[in-house]
Structure formats: C-alpha cells, structure tokens
Design a protein around this ligand. Structure first.
Ligand SMILES: Nc1ncnc2c1ncn2[C@@H]1O[C@H](COP(=O)(O)OP(=O)(O)O)[C@@H](O)[C@H]1O
Ligand SMILES: [Mg+2]
Length: 144
C-alpha cells in the first residue's frame, strides 16, 4: 500500500481500512518525523476498533492502553499505543511491560518512534511509514 493522504481526516480513514484487516497480536511500527501523522493514524485505528477517546499521544506516559468493549472482528481486545520518543534505553520500555504487551494474543501494539527501540521490535512487526510531502499531504505506505 502506498497512498497520499490530503488531510488529517483522510489519514484517519486510511487508518480505519488498515485497522479492519490487522490481525490480533500484531505489532505496528509507525515510522516518520514529527508531524508526519503517526498519532493521527493511531487515532483512526483506535476509533475504528471502537476504543473510547480522546486519543492523545502517550508522549509523557509512554503507553496508553485501551480496553475495547467489544473485540474486533480480528479478535483484538486491547490496544497498546506507545510513544517511544522519550525512551533513551530500550530496557526502560521492557521494564514498563513491553514484552507483555507484544505477547498479548488479543492485543494490538501501535508504536511511534520505533527506531528508539529497534532492538526490541519483533521480526513480524508491520512497518508503516509516513512522509511529509507538503503542508497537507502525507505519503503513507506499508507492505501487505
Ligand atoms: N494528510 C495529513 N495527515 C495527517 N496529519 C496531517 C495531514 N495534513 C496535515 N496534518 C497535520 O499534521 C499534524 C500531524 O500530527 P501527528 O499526527 O501528531 O503527527 P506525529 O504523531 O507523526 O508527530 C497534525 O497537526 C495534522 O493536523
Ligand atoms: Mg505522535
């Protein structure tokens, strides 16, 4: 998938389609610079799965967990939204529970700034890339 989004709303719609297909126990690594749309995309995934907002970036708390009232069609019951921007040592994320989150068979892990904890990412992680093309355009791509 390689698509240009022209607005934050469109990014959320693209995220909604992505969310419909993503299997439980997936780890999604959201790559891209500040303002590229990682949090907007995450909010779109969360909304599509029926999580209750607001969906803010977990910049200071590192991880927000959302327990879904109804499991998704793919069997997701919990979403772990991580912002690794402030993580200096990957072990810090392990101490917070990263291994439990990524081994939750009914979980979905969304991780912003995955390059901060590259060594922890499982091999099966799905990489989604965000690139700022212009003020309102973002190139969003992933392998499927
Ligand atoms: N096509 C687009 N998709 C997503 N965000 C966009 C787009 N165009 C403009 N924006 C703006 O860019 C910013 C993206 O912020 P955010 O999603 O928090 O990025 P990140 O988490 O990657 O830092 C928001 O202010 C949003 O309104
Ligand atoms: Mg963000």
């Amino acid at each position: 998938m390689d698509i240009i989004s022209h607005s934050e709303e469109e990014t959320k719609i693209i995220a909604r389609d992505f969310a419909k297909k993503i299997p439980a126990a997936s780890v999604v690594a959201l790559h891209g610079d500040l303002g590229a749309g990682k949090t907007s995309f995450s909010a779109g995934v969360l909304a599509a799965l029926g999580a209750v907002g607001p969906f803010q970036s977990p910049t200071f708390v590192i991880m927000h967990r959302y327990d879904l009232a109804t499991p998704s069609a793919q069997g997701i019951r919990r979403v772990y939204h991580i912002d690794a921007y402030r993580i200096d040592d990957p072990d810090d994320l392990v101490r917070l529970g990263f291994e439990e989150w990524t081994s939750d068979s009914e979980g979905l892990v969304l991780i912003e700034w995955p390059e901060r904890v590259e060594s922890l990412l499982p091999e099966h992680a799905v990489a989604v890339s965000f690139e700022t093309v212009s003020e309102t355009e973002r190139r969003i791509s992933w392998k499927n």
